[in-house]
Design a protein around this ligand. Sequence first.
Ligand code: C5P
Length: 238
Amino acid sequence: MGTPLETTKNCQLILALDIEDKTQAIDLVKRTGDGLEWVKIGLQMFTRYGPDYVREIADLGKRVFLDLKLHDIPNTVAKAVQSVSDLPINMLTLHTCGGREMMEWAIKAQQDYKPDLQLLGVTVLTSTDDAGLQELGINEKASERVLSLATLAQTAGMNGLVCSTHEVVALKEKFGSQFDLITPGIRPAGTDAGDQKRIMTPAKAAEAGSTYIVVGRPIYQADDPAAVVSNIVADLNL
Ligand code: C5P
């Protein structure tokens, strides 16, 4: 089973750093101050700037969540986990719909090569709705699909999931605290929702049972990112 991280708080903040330019991204991280522990690096920046960029963010004293959403045959995913094992990362995502065997192989590689890495399973992307699942030949509703993929992830030995804030309660009811739950779609009260539709405030997400919240634009588009970070962290610790 993947290793759960030692946490001091009930719910922690992760900054989704979805910025095009590396220099701006690094400057932004510096401006967030010490209140921010976690930075999420996604496909946009990793495919452009690669492993060196990951090292640069980690060198700023941040823990890195590498959001690569791996989904391939078990051997390829296991090799990808092995390949990132020399990077200073603390979390890595894969798609639970890659199947039990793929998750098991990934966990084996994580245990063999990077025991302090937490693997997180993505359930149903929030961009996929019931109609989108039907188009794929899947007859479950998205809310049911999340629970069945979580069951598969549990069988494989996963201990962290990425999900919508609105699925946290059902996951908690079914699985208790077996999974760390990482939720995007967060907006501090009074901030612009942008393209996010089903949003929650940081405090509500923490109350529902999120272990980590992922916040992007409300922080990196702010005039004073450090102030937004400290307000969110204060909200989470209420
Ligand atoms: O800017 P914003 O706070 O909306 O950023 C949310 C982050 O969470 C983005 O990196 C987005 O890709 C990610 N995400 C999401 N919904 C999901 C999974 C990931 O918004 N279901």
